[in-house]
Design a protein around this ligand. Sequence first.
Ligand code: GLC
Length: 568
Amino acid sequence: MTQHLADLARHAVDAPARDTRTGAAAEPAGKPRGWWRDAVIYQVYPRSFADSNGDGMGDLPGIRSRLPYLRDLGVDAVWLSPFYASPQADAGYDVADYRAIDPMFGTLHDADALIRDAHGLGLRVIVDLVPNHSSDQHEWFKRALREGPGSPLRERYHFRPGKGEDGELPPNDWESIFGGPAWTRTENPDGTPGDWYLHLFAPEQPDFNWENPAVADEFRSILRFWLDMGVDGFRIDVAHGLVKEAGLPDMGSHDQLKLLGNDVLPFFDQDGVHEIYRTWRRILDEYPGQRIAVAEAWTPTVARTANYVRADELHQAFNFQYLNTPWDAAELRRVIDLSLDAMRPVDAPTTWVLSNHDVVRHVTRLAAEGADAEAAQRRGRAASLLMLALPGSAYVYQGEELGLPEVTDLPDEVRQDPAFFRAAGQDGFRDGCRVPLPWSGSEAPYGFGPEGASSWLPQPAEWAALSVEAQTGDPASTLELYRSALAIRREHPALGAGDSVTWLDGLPEGVLAFRRDAADGSFVCTVNLAAEPVRIPAPGRLLLASGDAPLLDGEILLPTDSAVWWAV
Ligand code: GLC
């Protein structure tokens, strides 16, 4: 039997006091300042969350209609991947107008209604900001092309003459993250071959030149636009990419993708980015209600990630080192310590993330080779409980609370990930984690859209059993596990914010156990990553288990790939 004693705890949660602007729960006495320090932030991928009009594509009214689900799940904030006007060459990360909603997702009025409703339910709203590049359909870029060499609009991007006799070679050897050269040659207004422009991602995503003051001015204004709309923060896309090394020097090597995250590259993690974030922090601080920003920053070390969250910069940065850690007790312990140690000196919360719209869902990614669906679920659930027990803020990617696996058999003709169509780039299989959510019913689209409607990516038949409806009320389900975990996390004094854990040693190899202490209660998390079940003394009162974990004579039998939370 699965033990979810936490049901008791869930019902015991008192209605919290509310912040008057956002409606979010006010800070409980005794917990550290700053709502983001322990927030659970739920990533909504608008294309795939809920489709209100039956066109097969999720939209803002769809998200709005499902906000009560997120409130009941127990998250603190919602981060929305881009919904801006966009030709969708990279699923909306190619923005044509930063102040408009793509008609496929709705209108500004829908965005306003969504923000208001979310606040009314006590949920904060974080929007994605894409400052490294625009769409090639952005007005500035279109004019830059139209007006040709000498146009001041060209200074807002990186246009350069090519090398070689006729400028037929790219200006330097940089490679696109999505594969192929990071440069595309333009055509002059008279039809002759022209300069090249830089795009670290797809050719439809020209990189801005952040040395140009018009770019910085524009983004300050965009920040204010959305802050005035009432958003609570921003997720900064490619926060490490805005500043390029002066002179755009050659890398001198190929396979640059392999170097990402190992070295400071001439186009990534340049020190100059920090001045931009200091300016942004001042803007965020002008607004009431603790508006925040979280960096998507790929850096060589967690210590360099910490630079983005110094006191006068951003509030959080994603911890990709943790996301990339294999399911191995020693490795996890090392990375957890490293992450906490890196953030402590800058007094920023560590973040924990297992899944997002760019990586293979963690149920599938962490699974042992040859594991069946049940074993994969078991490990995924244990990983989730471990993550949610760690000090700091946690990110949950839509559908992970349902235990959704990666869809690995999408036919080529339905794929939309631009990297899929460019050889030797980022893996190109990001569609598999973007398949629309199953909400209810026994047939596709499983409540994602109206009955009979299709979905932009096909949903697997097995997802009927994983829908919100199918899992609700089943104490053995992953959804109820998340609901219980988030309720306990909110309530237990030793969970949430913090900057350290105490490891409990003397346990069999492959078992991770740590303790967290607060003035009015301690907490222990035990996880068995070994290939065999282990029997260990019960360290306290069992709060929640990720799977069967029988208690016998003061001992608990921890099966392989299980995690248990304890009140001590
Ligand atoms: C970020 C996004 C990813 C996108 C890329 C380019 O890494 O998470 O989805 O393709 O930036 O904007």
